[in-house]
Design a protein around this ligand. Sequence first.
Ligand code: SF4
Length: 344
Amino acid sequence: MTANKTPEQIEKLRQDNNKLSKRIIRETANAIVDYNMIEDGDKVMVCLSGGKDSYALLDVLMTLQKRAPIKFELVAVNLDQKQPGFPEEVLPNYLSSIGVPFHIENQDTYSIVKRLIPEGKTTCSLCSRLRRGILYRVADELGCTKIALGHHRDDILATFFLNLFYAAKLKTMPPKLVSDDGKHTVIRPLAYVPEKDLIAYAELKKFPIIPCNLCGSQENLKRKEVGNMLRAWEKESPKKVWNIFKSLAAVAPSHLMDKNLFDFVNLRPTGVADENGDKAFDAEDYSNYSPLEEEKTGTSHQALLGQEDEHTSVLQADAKDTSSTADNPSKDTKYQKVISIQKL
Ligand code: SF4
């Protein structure tokens, strides 16, 4: 990667890589804190497929585990579904080399799926249902309190548009959920990280990627179509894509149409003026948007998700004020955790 580069170019590359690592770690820490994903004493099962996202998830959680003010355990779990050509030595070798506790669950779901699904039909739905059941069982057997998946920002956006276009629903994959059996908490610590950063991180870290087409399943054309749409938007305007992402955390039920979320039926005037209330007749003004702003905003979610105020101001205060919490009772413990995790 550094062949034929000048010392200046090598130094620039080193700085860019450093920034990339810090950005991914910071965004992951932010998501964990924002959604209270990992708590003191948790045992987190990190689902590892051998793809770039799950390798990055494990890598970043191991870093956070060393630096966070709370104690939590990690155990990497791979489900070997016995797909033809799966290189079964790759993950155990890698996991042993990085010194993380791990478990490989061998279950031949590939044969079950092949037997039950007629040739040419989509296999993913049965395959993922079987996988889910096995992973829940393994989490129980290992005593894990959280199950971590490697979905990232672009997975969340793509799922949002797939639901919008093909299921007529405003929903996506949330950063944290309770499983349908009511027994497990599933978390997505990479929720704020864009895929392009994970692609670059996988190259930087030289993860031993296992190809994801071993099952021979057809590529999901709808997901591919939505992915292409998002990539085209990102190229045209990264801010537009970040704004869509930001909107998922800024929902106004009174300005949508779901009668179950907002009681339109009993809506009546209050008689009390509200400066921030609905102007009803005024057109929204979107003219402040300027493509030039994108240069300044970069790709960090913080400026766009409006979290910079909360986190950065506490960080700045902390940088100036080194007194302990006992000296300054106004600092609450959640912020102390944010500060400690953010100082990575
Ligand atoms: S792509 Fe293959 S391994 Fe993944 S869910 Fe579909 S059938 Fe299963």
